[in-house]
Ligand binder design. Structure first.
Ligand SMILES: NC(=O)c1ccc[n+]([C@@H]2O[C@H](COP(=O)([O-])OP(=O)(O)OC[C@H]3O[C@@H](n4cnc5c(N)ncnc54)[C@H](OP(=O)(O)O)[C@@H]3O)[C@@H](O)[C@H]2O)c1
Length: 364
């Protein structure tokens, strides 16, 4: 326990300093004097004992990262920035019960609608620690759980909400995610909503988003179902260190549909390819995210995230911009999460999350 803490600063612990976690850490170091990093959980032995600043290419900040979970749980902090590759509910419950809020990009986007046994465990941990958990990001996150809500403020009534994400993952360098976790390059019959823990998890987080919108906008749906269609490649593709062979999975169309009396009211669809062969029979929204609200009035907005629209940027920078957006959505929410009542926080219950730094011009 620290005794000489500065009451004006929030104390946080990054849990994971991968792509998204590192964006949060550099932002805190560079832009957030109101936030203090008091520890960091890492996984790689090579990061164990290394100063957190050094890990993200900054000057040392005098706080070393550790692989020791017990040490992290024992630390006194306001919030854990939880961004691991694989989630662990036991860990999150331990953090919440120990009095630390949890802000995550990885899961718990609408905990009210997860498996009831898990939901109850998380809620008990929040109540024990007087803490709040909030999951968000880009998608799942702002686009699927937040943006539709202020747009709906212009609607008299709503008939249907659809969010389509169209992305070609060929430029995404983490081929362990695309080829191993997501199973691109594997037989099409090996892709299903239950084919692996990861695919089931991935399908589940979008299902949660459908429930979130439905719950926030009085859709009173009775079910959310998930389907996936896998489409084979016509030819071989070299994708960084891997070869995606002709005949193996090059397209995955995931659809989570929320229905009331059999009618689809809320739908989230991801149209994903690796290798750039876009299936002719799929819908053809622009790359990026297309949000459609059918109602009175009906509206459509297209979202695209780049490093810049005005200066030249490398593909790597453009790809990274989605990780920046993901990290910022959650980091910017930290003060609101810490101030929220114990339990689950979503975009529907938190105040509007905006850029904390913004233009960065504060009055003298
Ligand atoms: N909501 C959204 O819009 C959105 C968007 C992008 C990503 N995400 C999620 O955010 C999280 C972080 O994404 P990322 O792009 O930063 O991933 P990443 O770059 O692959 O980073 C992965 C992190 O996982 C850690 N890790 C290593 N081995 C692990 C293990 N066995 N179990 C758990 N974690 C392990 C790594 O620690 P070391 O560095 O110490 O090895 C690293 O901190 C993921 O859960 C991802 O799905 C969400």
């Amino acid at each position: 326990m620290t005794t000489d803490r500065d009451p004006t600063r929030l104390r946080v612990i990054p849990w994971g300093t991968g792509t998204v976690g590192a964006e949060m850490v550099t932002t805190i170091i560079d832009h957030r004097p109101d936030i203090e990093i008091v520890g960091a959980r890492v996984y790689s032995d090579s990061k164990n004992g290394v100063d957190v600043g050094t890990l993200v290419g900054r000057e040392p900040i005098g706080v070393t990262a550790t692989t020791d979970v017990d040490k992290i749980v024992a630390l006194d902090a306001d919030c854990v920035l939880y961004t691991p590759r694989n989630t662990n509910l036991d860990e999150v419950c331990a953090l919440l019960a120990s009095g630390k809020n949890v802000a995550t990009t990885a899961f718990l986007f609408h905990p009210r609608r997860i498996d009831p046994a898990d939901r109850d465990r998380v809620l008990e941990a929040c109540q024990a620690g007087g803490t709040t958990v909030h999951g968000s990001g880009l998608n799942p996150g702002n686009l699927s759980g937040a943006l539709p809500l202020p747009l709906s403020g212009m609607c008299r009534t709503i008939d249907k909400i659809t969010l389509q994400e169209r992305a070609d993952w060929s430029v995404y360098e983490s081929t362990s995610i695309t080829f191993d976790n997501m199973r691109f390059g594997q037989p099409v019959e090996d892709i299903s909503t239950e084919a692996s823990e990861f695919l089931a998890f991935n399908s589940g987080i979008f299902t949660e988003q459908v429930w979130l919108l439905a719950d926030a906008l009085n859709a009173d749906i009775d079910e959310v179902t998930a389907t996936v269609e896998a489409v084979p490649a016509r030819e071989d593709h070299q994708i960084f260190d891997r070869v995606l062979r002709a005949g193996t999975t090059a397209g995955q169309r995931w659809t989570s549909s929320g229905r009331r009396n059999g009618e689809v009211l809320v739908e989230i669809e991801t149209l994903w390819t690796v290798g750039g062969e876009y299936p002719g029979h799929w819908p053809k929204p622009q790359d990026g995210w297309t949000l459609t609200i059918e109602g009175e009035p009906s509206m459509r907005t297209h979202f695209f995230c780049l490093a810049s629209f005005t200066r030249a940027a490398s593909m790597e920078e453009h790809v990274r911009s989605a990780s920046v957006a993901t990290g910022m959505q959650v980091l910017n929410a930290v003060p609101a999460i810490c101030a929220a009542p114990a339990g689950f926080a979503t975009a529907a219950t938190l105040p509007l999350i905006r850029s904390h730094v913004g233009f960065g011009n504060t009055k003298a």
